[in-house]
Design a protein around this ligand. Structure first.
Ligand code: 6GU
Length: 280
């Protein structure tokens, strides 16, 4: 039984890996560790090597057809996964009717996103399979994997860091994991935009003032300013995200144009009045 396992948790993470300590250490020293202590999350890190049937505890071998590096063999991976699934069935007192998602971390997978994090947060159990060496025998992947996921377009030495990245992003969408429920909602990507800049005390630091509007107490004005900042930032660094936000929020631009037109007329009227007064 793993130190972090809690049978009443809202979400159970199971990680199949050759480096279980790496997963456990990462878990303890993060917000996830607190959620595990509170009993909201449960982590089981399973050492694939414990399931090898080879005499020398071997878990890898050369690729058929030649090529660089070693591959993880099917048998220990399959048996480790079966042991985890049996554990889930014992806990839930069921016998095979639930379809637990098995996520293989690989640079050839679909790219991880906030949308997938939210979707996976609704599962009760998730199994992460971390590959090492040059990969895993295709036959066991075909047999057990439901989702192939990458965390971005670069190559890492193994699936452990990606699994931790995914668990972090998923867990913060599980109710109770974050202290403040709101903070999971109002952050970057919630609405498909990057977050606006934030400021805290002091009001003046190294001669730089906090933007005036944030001190005004005018909530509507603050929200408007934040949205403007989010839009400008997103347009600058992630134009494709900006375009898709603009596409689905056309009414925002209509409202904004109307508001600007009203302001323009008001200023024009005031200028005319002033000119008349000066003329007579
Ligand atoms: Cl999921 N695994 C590895 N090894 N490298 C990656 C990755 C995953 N995602 C991006 N690079």
């Amino acid at each position: 039984m793993d130190f972090f396992q809690k049978s009443e948790a809202a979400m159970f993470f199971h990680v199949l890996t050759l480096f279980p300590d790496m997963i456990r250490d990462g878990f303890t020293t993060s917000i996830l560790g607190r959620a595990a202590e509170k009993g909201i999350l449960s982590l089981e890190a399973v050492n694939i090597r414990d399931y090898t049937k080879s005499r020398h505890k071997k878990v890898d071998d050369y690729p058929y057809g030649g090529g660089a590096g070693m591959l993880m063999q099917a048998q220990p991976v399959y048996d480790a996964c079966q042991a985890v699934i049996e554990g889930i069935q014992t806990r839930k007192k069921t016998a095979g009717e639930e379809k637990v998602r098995v996520i293989y971390l690989t640079p050839t997978g679909q790219v991880f996103s906030q949308q997938l994090a939210r979707e996976l947060a609704r599962e009760e159990d998730l199994i992460f399979l971390c590959g090492h060496y040059e990969g895993i025998d295709e036959r066991v992947l075909q047999r057990i994997v439901t989702d192939y996921v990458s965390i971005g377009d670069y190559v890492l030495t193994g699936g452990e860091l990606p699994a931790m990245v995914m668990m972090d992003a998923i867990a913060r969408n599980v109710p109770g994991v974050l202290g403040n429920e709101e903070s999971a909602q109002t952050e970057s990507f919630d609405d498909g935009l990057l977050e606006y800049p934030q400021y805290t005390r002091p009001e003046i630091w190294e001669g730089e003032r906090v933007p005036e509007v944030l001190l005004s107490g005018d909530h509507a004005k603050v929200e408007e300013w934040r949205l403007e900042k989010s839009l400008a930032k997103t347009k600058e660094v992630r134009p494709e995200l900006y375009e898709s936000w603009a596409e689905s929020h056309q009414e925002y631009f209509v409202k904004k144009a109307k508001k600007e037109e009203r302001l323009r007329r008001k200023l024009l009227k005031e200028a005319r009045k002033k000119a008349e007064e000066e003329h007579f």
